[in-house]
Design a protein around this ligand. Structure first.
Ligand SMILES: [Fe+2]
Ligand SMILES: [Fe+2]
Length: 275
């Protein structure tokens, strides 16, 4: 960590210490510039991910296999749109203008290619996590999204339940519960699909495609990528710690369902330049 010495001012070092000792921030409070900058990064990333996630789910209200599933997909879509509303409200309270941002960006945009992995690249000027660039092409993709992505989000949101920014900490409690419901929907349907050997084969094919995409969601770990979020009390664990917990859980579940978790390499994904 010697490379980081002198990176932060004495006031910022003092801020880290106060936060480590339990300092929190309320709505309307003046935020130290470093804190505000990193908080906004995370809020924009979550707000736009929830919003574009909801848009990506919408067609599946109609395309889900039966009426019971159409209702569940409608419920999940509503949840995601509500999550974006909660986060955008926080951004508005911080002086940002989410409505204008939605107007100016194209959050319904999806990559035209299906069989593609773009690594860590960003292709648009909204702030969504880049997994939301990919198309949900099959029902199996929708289910894998609940199984993988909602679970990944759930693990990340667990940290937010302890956030030093109190409006976020409060807002996340309801969001977290709904994400748990989405994960359960994924798990139940994954088990159902994998009982049939033919469908399991297809689920494995789609899992191979979605796996690097979801692993990249946790962000870079090389170079202590999110230490600053931990020091500001905006996260509790580093990217690598959260990803490791997620991978262990998925490996156990996939083994029960007769699926194989593919290999993934951060270096390889960092090197991908498709666009
Ligand atoms: Fe959500
Ligand atoms: Fe979700």
């Amino acid at each position: 960590m010697t490379a980081n010495v002198g990176q932060y001012s004495p006031e910022e070092e003092k801020l880290f210490e106060e936060i480590a000792n339990g300092r929190t921030f309320e709505k309307g409070e003046d935020l130290p510039p470093l804190y505000r900058k990193h908080l906004m990064n995370l809020l924009w990333m979550q707000g736009d991910s929830e919003y574009s996630g909801a848009l990506g789910y919408m067609p599946w209200i109609e395309k889900a296999p039966d009426v019971k599933e159409k209702v569940l997909v409608a419920q999940i879509t509503k949840d995601e749109m509500r999550h974006s509303q909660v986060i955008y409200k926080m951004l508005r309270d911080l002086g940002e203008n989410p409505e204008e941002h939605i107007e100016k960006t194209d959050m319904g945009w999806k990559l035209p290619e299906d069989d593609i992995n773009i690594g860590f690249q960003r292709l648009k000027d909204d702030y969504r996590v880049n997994i939301f660039y990919y198309q949900i092409k099959y029902w199996e993709d929708f289910i894998l999204f609940n199984f993988l992505m909602d679970r990944a989000a759930g693990h990340q949101l667990e940290d937010t339940l302890h956030s030093s920014y109190l409006p976020w900490k409060k807002g996340i409690e309801g969001i977290y519960k709904e994400e748990v419901f989405h994960v359960t929907h994924g798990d139940t349907n994954m088990k159902k699909l994998c009982k049939d050997p033919e469908r399991r084969k297809f689920v494995q094919e789609r899992l191979n495609l979605w796996w690097p995409r979801v692993m990249n969601v946790f962000g870079k770990t090389i170079g202590g990528a999110n230490d600053i979020y931990v020091r500001l009390g905006l996260k509790k664990r580093t990217n690598k710690e959260v990803r490791d917990v997620f991978v262990e859980e998925i490996k156990g579940l996939c083994a029960e369902m007769g699926l194989t978790v593919p290999d993934w390499s951060e270096e390889e994904n960092l090197a991908i330049k498709t666009h």
